[in-house]
Design a binder for this molecule. Structure first.
Ligand code: NAP
Length: 373
């Protein structure tokens, strides 16, 4: 962290404190000595919260867990009481095979944002809210870039092409971030700082989620793309850098506005090549791209609708991370490091299996202390 930091009095609230991103954020806050209030849906479920207890035991700060569902209008008042700083990270993350997009994504994301920010309105101690948005609130499909006159997306861009039928997760994040700015603009006690991470990869402290990064790694490791992968690009950022971005957004006095958190963009074939370099040939990682018609045919079997595939396959995806570097002083780990460490952890945890007859797996084991069981 930079020397100049804001030290708001009172505890700090993290919503969805047990999540992949939030667990690293909670650890960072506890290491800085904060009294952290973390909301989770079920504080009594050890599968969801045991890792947080383990993290807290080794840190100078203290941790209290509170029960809160995004759909419960009053759930955030008690955990927010006396807090100066609020991190709102909780949001449903379902990118593929969405059941009911409004019920499962749009309502919890927007109602949750409303409930958390209304609670901030009722809590006189709150001075800043950091909102976890996403690059999917900046753009809808990679084709949007080709349709624009720019060569990369930056914080001035907004997703205007997603709706509840096409990229509903992206729509949920866009509506929630827009609502957060609208509600922040109606008052002047607390300020809003937004972070917009790309595809988050890297080792987790929490048990696995079905986050998109895990699905991408699993598909590569399982050999699903052994005969070739679609030409699809991902804007990658490491989970530890995302947590650091949140800390800086919360603790730097001058922080304001949106911040794209992306290290670099990698295509699926490039990700596969990083993995082959680190883990040898034990896995059937793809070596070449498949043609567009074949990729379009494969997409629905991976839970990706054809219309989404059409507007993303073969289109370059570029982001500017200048603002995060200049305003927050961020530096980003190379994407290859995040890819390799994430895959290593999924392998250690049995989420990705060594194929039969695959032989020995190379690549250094690096598990975080207090990591998932
Ligand atoms: P995650 O591990 O799935 O965390 C999501 C958190 O939201 C979990 O704590 C989850 O609680 C909570 N949540 C979901 N629905 C809820 C509800 N109805 N009520 C209360 N809590 C609810 O995913 P993550 O990757 O850490 O995501 C954290 C934030 O980063 C999200 O806002 C996400 O949109 C954003 N983001 C993620 C990525 C990425 O690639 N992972 C990229 C950009 C932005 P449970 O554990 O109880 O389900």
């Amino acid at each position: 962290m930079p020397d100049q930091t804001l030290h708001p009095p009172g505890p700090v609230l993290v919503t969805g404190g047990n999540g992949y991103v939030a667990s690293w954020l909670v650890e960072g806050l506890l290491k800085l000595g904060f009294d952290v209030h973390a909301t989770v849906r079920d504080p009594r479920d050890p599968r969801k919260t045991a890792h947080l207890g383990a993290i807290a035991r080794g840190c100078p700060g203290s941790l209290s867990l509170f029960r809160a569902d995004l759909l419960d209008a009053d759930a955030f008042d008690r955990p927010m009481a006396e807090c100066g700083l609020v991190f709102h990270t909780a949001s449903p993350l379902i990118v593929r095979d969405v059941g009911d997009p409004v019920r499962d994504l749009i309502e919890p994301a927007t109602q949750g944002t409303r409930h958390v920010l209304e609670a901030a309105g009722r809590t006189p101690s709150v001075r800043r809210v950091v909102f976890t948005s996403s690059i999917v609130a900046v753009y809808g499909d990679a084709a949007d870039l080709a349709d624009s006159e720019e060569d990369r997306f930056d914080e001035s861009h907004w997703n205007t092409t997603s709706n509840e039928h096409h990229q509903p997760y992206s729509r949920s994040k866009t509506l929630a971030e827009r609502l957060a700015w609208e509600m922040a603009g109606r008052q002047d006690r607390w300020d809003l700082v937004v972070v917009n991470p790309g595809l988050v990869l890297g080792p987790g402290l929490s048990p696995h989620t079905a986050a998109e990064g895990v699905l991408v790694m699993r598909d590569l490791g399982s050999g699903y793309y052994r005969f070739g992968a679609p030409e699809l690009e991902f804007a990658v950022v490491d989970v530890r850098d995302v947590a650091e971005g949140h800390l800086r957004a919360g603790l730097m006095p001058g922080a304001a506005g949106r911040h794209i958190l992306v290290s670099e963009t990698l295509g699926l074939i490039e990700i596969a090549s990083v993995l082959r370099d680190r883990f040898g040939d034990a896995f059937p990682f793809p070596r070449q791209a498949v043609s567009r018609p074949v990729a379009l045919m494969m997409a629905p079997r991976r839970g990706i609708p054809q219309a989404v595939a059409k507007r993303n396959l073969g289109y370059p995806l570029r982001f500017s991370n200048r603002r995060a570097k200049e305003a927050l002083g961020m530096s980003f780990r190379p994407a290859a490091e995040s890819v390799a460490e994430h895959f290593r952890q999924l392998l250690d945890d049995g989420v990705v299996k060594v194929p039969r007859g695959g032989g020995a797996v190379s690549g250094a084991t690096r598990r975080h202390p207090g990591s998932r069981g």
